[in-house]
Write a protein that binds this ligand. Structure first.
Ligand SMILES: NC(=O)c1ccc[n+]([C@@H]2O[C@H](COP(=O)([O-])OP(=O)(O)OC[C@H]3O[C@@H](n4cnc5c(N)ncnc54)[C@H](O)[C@@H]3O)[C@@H](O)[C@H]2O)c1
Length: 437
């Protein structure tokens, strides 16, 4: 297959009339470049935002917003006073609210940014969109599949912009990897493996017992989908990016294996997504061993990509120069081999081949931080693009659809584990989306 790298200038040219009309972009445009172009376009203007939920992720965004010239934080909202106070230290002039409806109704607010526990994503997003405000909502989209669909339907009717916090779409190494997959570099895709391992209990300190469920909301099913909605939702985008379709069958097992501390959500999960073409995508997460960290691995017949590391391994790399082969053979004691049931085992040169970085300046992180990566993982670009969209009213193609499907896949994974069943993707939760784009 022909290999073709996207040239930056050609790409920018292909964007055409940015801001003027519709963008003829594929499902995965080079969004970080698009965001830069839109920033130029909105220079001198400000998106006036209300931040709803000023806990750890909310503060992460608040600190990013300080770096975004076209953002102005005019309102802060949280039900928990200590968190509201933290945010007010950064933006002392912003109005403070305890009730999100009041923050949404503030006439100075053009758009809201929601970083509350999962169960509040849908009610606040829907209230925001219905009130005519633009909405950025953290991932996952919502606590239930029904809420995801309702939120999507309200968004489509609203004419407003909706962003969901799936920052991999703004991380250049992911976009580069997808380009390599699309242009055939690793051949036919034969496996998708996602994993996220940590070694901590996921608990936060609680100042008094009555706040346990409010602060440790991640551990209780009423508010959280556990590892699937907190971690898997990011990685399950691989299915739409790589296999351009929806799974037909989903199954898996989940258990509370190690942290038996009264939590309700699994601390160990393995889920399999089966696609109609026979491909399977897996997600595994264990939070009592962190040895393997976090990655998304795309296995092709001709090569393998580790997306979070930005590394490419070819199945049959070009042979090393003769002298390197000789060194490898001596190092591997090829000449000392003993015959074993047939021809002697000869280590292949490929066994010592290191992955090739797929681009310069790859920023990686191990996924251990619960708030967000300490290096830029696309989150800044995503929020900056949202602020541009609040000013122009222009959405980003397929962003909501991508987030919808990764959230729904995460939630269906939970359903399969809870029912200990093989479940099918429900017809009524399919939305228009061009998988071929
Ligand atoms: N995209 C990412 O990489 C990423 C990383 C971390 C967290 N997140 C997401 O961010 C969201 C928040 O996570 P967190 O770790 O910051 O949680 P958190 O508990 O630290 O913060 C949530 C805040 O929302 C407040 N809150 C709860 N109900 C509210 C309501 N009705 N109105 C206003 N405020 C309310 C809480 O008091 C708290 O301050 C979650 O959905 C999580 O999945 C995303």
């Amino acid at each position: 297959m022909e290999r073709k790298d996207i040239d930056r200038r050609d790409f920018i040219k292909s964007l055409g009339a940015i801001g003027g009309g519709s963008l003829l972009l594929s499902s995965l445009p080079q969004l970080h470049l698009l965001a830069q172009e839109r920033e130029k376009q909105v220079k001198g203007q400000k998106a006036r935002l209300a931040i709803i939920g000023t806990g750890s992720r909310g503060m992460y965004h608040i600190n990013h917003l300080l770096q975004i010239p076209h953002a102005e934080v005019v309102a802060l909202c949280d039900i928990y006073q200590p968190h509201l106070d933290n945010a007010a230290k950064v933006f002392p002039k912003a109005k403070q609210y305890k009730d999100y409806n009041q923050a949404i109704a503030d006439p100075n607010v053009d758009g809201i940014l929601i970083a509350t526990p999962l169960h509040m994503h849908a009610p606040i997003s829907i209230a925001g969109l219905k009130a005519g405000k633009h909405v950025f909502c953290e991932k996952s989209m919502a606590r239930t599949v029904e809420q995801c669909k309702e939120m999507y339907d309200v968004y489509k009717e609203s004419g407003k912009v909706l962003y969901i916090g799936i920052q991999r779409l703004f991380d250049p190494k992911y976009l580069k990897a997808i380009e390599l997959i699309k242009n055939g570099t690793i051949g036919q895709i034969v496996g998708l493996r996602n994993f996220w391992y940590r070694n901590n209990d996921w608990r936060r300190p609680v100042p008094e017992p009555s706040l346990e469920r409010q602060i440790n909301w991640r551990l209780y099913k009423e508010y959280s989908g556990g590892l699937m909605t907190e971690l898997a939702a990011h990685q399950l985008q691989m299915g739409t990016w790589v296999n351009h379709s929806l799974p037909d069958y989903i199954t898996g097992f989940g258990d509370i294996l190690f942290w038996k501390d009264g939590r309700e959500v699994y601390d160990s999960v393995s889920v399999i997504y089966h696609y109609p073409n026979g491909l399977r995508m897996t997600f595994e997460s264990i939070i009592s061993n962190k040895h393997y960290g976090m990655d998304e691995q795309v296995l092709g017949h001709e090569g393998t990509l580790e997306l979070a590391q930005g590394l490419l391994y070819m199945e049959n790399p070009k042979p090393a120069p003769g002298i390197q082969q000789l060194i490898n053979q001596i190092e591997h004691k090829v000449f000392d081999n003993i015959s074993f049931a047939g021809p002697s085992w000869v280590p292949e040169t490929a066994s010592s081949v290191k992955g090739e970085p797929i681009m310069d300046h790859i920023q990686t992180h191990d996924g251990s931080n619960t708030t967000g990566a300490t290096v830029d993982d696309g989150s800044l670009g995503l929020v900056s693009a949202y602020c541009s969209s609040v000013i122009t009213g222009e959405p980003i193609q397929n962003l909501v659809e991508e987030a919808y499907y990764s959230s729904v896949l995460a939630l269906l994974g939970n359903k399969a584990m809870e029912e200990r069943a093989v479940i099918e993707f429900p017809e009524e939760y399919k939305i228009p989306y061009s998988f071929d784009a």
